[in-house]
Design a protein around this ligand. Structure first.
Ligand code: PEP
Ligand code: MN
Length: 265
């Protein structure tokens, strides 16, 4: 593991380079769980950009617990993300599940997301590490910090230094009130163990929109470099993760609250 200087991950986007790291302003990534149609993704992109987000997130390939749940629109959703990128200049973050989709996904993604369920898919990590787009590595839902950092090490060892670590909540024993336990204690722990930039995802971390703002603020207080927030124009109708998604209005309000306590955005 690395000690010493914090590193930065600089990601080129149509709107200019975005810097992730301890010595840079907070970066906010926002957007729906899944890309549902062109109108909703472009509209959401416009709204989150106006609120101050630098990246649009949205799943084309979705890792769903049930095989009967919406699986994402796949390749056609990549085209819709490209349209949103074109319309707003926002960088795009989207999840890769299968190495067979890497090439076409990398055409639209500015950062490739490896989801919690694939954190230890070592053959996938080796392939993603061998290409040069920056990578967002989410913590596995029951992964230790050692396991998570070793997964990151696979990416670094394969030749890609541009890795961001995302805490998204770990398996909790009390799923009645929150979907996961958002482990904010990783922020100081990671700071002491690694130079890699840190992202916190309070949306998957809590599973409930009403808890997202306070956890976002807590993450900033603890020193996170970036946040991932799920935003949907109509959460009640979302095809995935509606209960944890903020409306664009609520997101805009949160961004104003964060700018008061946060590292300048
Ligand atoms: C997501 O970001 O929509 C997602 C599926 O996240 P995770 O891998 O953390 O569950
Ligand atoms: Mn989601």
């Amino acid at each position: 593991f690395h000690h010493g200087e914090a590193s930065e991950v600089v990601v080129p986007t149509p709107n200019g380079p975005v810097h992730f790291g301890e010595n840079h302003p907070l970066v906010v990534v926002a957007g729906p769980c899944s890309v549902e149609n062109e109108e909703m993704i472009v509209e959401t992109a416009r709204r989150v950009k106006a609120a101050g987000a630098k990246f649009l997130r949205g799943g084309a390939y979705k890792p769903r617990t049930s095989p009967y749940a919406f699986q994402g629109h796949g390749e056609s959703a990549l085209g819709l993300l490209a349209a949103a990128r074109e319309a707003t200049g926002l960088g795009i973050i989207t999840e890769l599940m299968d190495a067979a989709d890497l090439e076409k996904l990398a055409e639209v993604a500015d950062i490739i997301q490896i989801g919690a369920r694939n954190m230890q898919n070592f053959s996938l990590l080796k392939k993603v590490g061998a290409q040069n787009k920056p990578i967002l590595l989410k913590r596995g839902m029951a992964a230790t910090i050692e396991e998570w950092l070793m997964a990151a090490e696979y990416l670094l060892a394969a030749g890609n230094p541009n890795v961001i670590l995302c805490e998204r909540g770990i398996r909790t024993f009390d799923q009645q009130y929150s979907r996961n336990t958002l482990d904010l204690s990783v922020i100081p722990v990671l700071r002491s163990l690694t130079h890699l930039p840190i992202m916190i995802d309070p949306s998957h971390g809590t599973g409930k929109a009403e808890y997202v703002p306070s956890m976002a603020m807590a993450a900033i207080a603890a020193g996170t470099d970036s946040l991932m927030i799920e935003v949907h124009p109509n959460p009640a109708k979302a095809l995935s993760d509606g209960p944890q998604s903020l409306t664009p209005e609520r997101f805009d309000c949160l961004m104003q609250e964060l700018s008061i306590i946060g590292k300048a955005m």
